[in-house]
Design a protein around this ligand. Structure first.
Ligand code: SAH
Length: 216
């Protein structure tokens, strides 16, 4: 079995059943989003390093988060916080008509934007900014996916969710340093939340960062 088929089999076994999500994982070339020295393990179910000390999640987590967006009955417009390499954005672009993605580290924002362009992915709009405040201009979103771990759920992201079944998927720090992936659903004024998985993400940090003009 080749690596991609093995990965799809592994994801199914782990409980990912949405055929569209599996198709996206199969067809988006993860090797294009990572360092070339890691190409041989691009389709393994493991997290991999990207630039600026960040990581690209393991495909199981990408698939789980993406699948959760289908809790909305017809998701069209999705916001991602934490563009990173652009891999998750490409998966979203494969499945949904309109995708927005925000990154706080300037070189990552620039390289992901270039990468998505080179892959001819045209339905993702990227921005350099602080995802804690979301992207009000294009709100409301049917789905918001946060790919870094927040101390608590940002109120502005809940506010930018569609009141007609909008879904927010976000890793939250819980007690004893553990992280939990949680799902928030908004119906009119009512917000409900449920547990999805225990996870390990890099932190969601406030403000923007350009390594060329700051030593932070
Ligand atoms: N989704 C990415 C994974 C990126 S890792 C991918 O598929 O490659 C998490 C990313 O979130 C990092 O690039 C980090 O810089 C970014 N990040 C952390 N805090 C942020 C914030 N407040 N706003 C936007 N991006 C943030």
């Amino acid at each position: 079995m080749n690596q991609t088929k093995e990965l799809i089999a592994e994801l199914k076994k782990a409980g990912i059943h949405n055929p569209k999500v599996l198709e996206a994982i199969q067809n988006v070339p993860r090797n294009r989003f990572i360092h070339s020295k890691d190409s041989h393990r691009a389709f393994k179910n493991i997290a991999l390093p990207i630039d600026c000390q960040q990581t690209i999640s393991q495909p199981y987590i990408v698939a789980l988060m993406t699948e959760a967006l289908f809790r909305h009955n017809n998701p069209q417009k999705i916001l991602e916080i934490g563009t990173g390499s652009g891999y998750q954005s490409a998966i979203l672009a494969y499945l949904f008509p309109t995708v927005f993605s925000i990154e706080r580290i300037l070189p990552l924002h620039k390289s992901a934007t270039e990468r998505l362009k080179a892959l001819n992915i045209r339905n993702v709009q990227t921005a350099y900014g602080d995802g804690f405040i979301g992207w009000q201009e294009h709100a409301p979103y049917d789905g918001i996916l946060v790919t870094a771990c927040a101390p608590e759920v940002p109120i502005s992201l809940l506010a930018q969710l569609s009141p007609k079944g909008g879904v927010l998927v976000i890793p939250l720090a819980s007690q004893k340093g553990a992280q939990e992936l949680r799902l928030f659903e908004k119906q009119d004024d009512k917000i409900t939340s449920s547990h999805l998985e225990f996870v390990s993400f890099v932190p969601l940090l406030a403000g923007t960062h350009d390594p060329n003009i700051s030593s932070k």
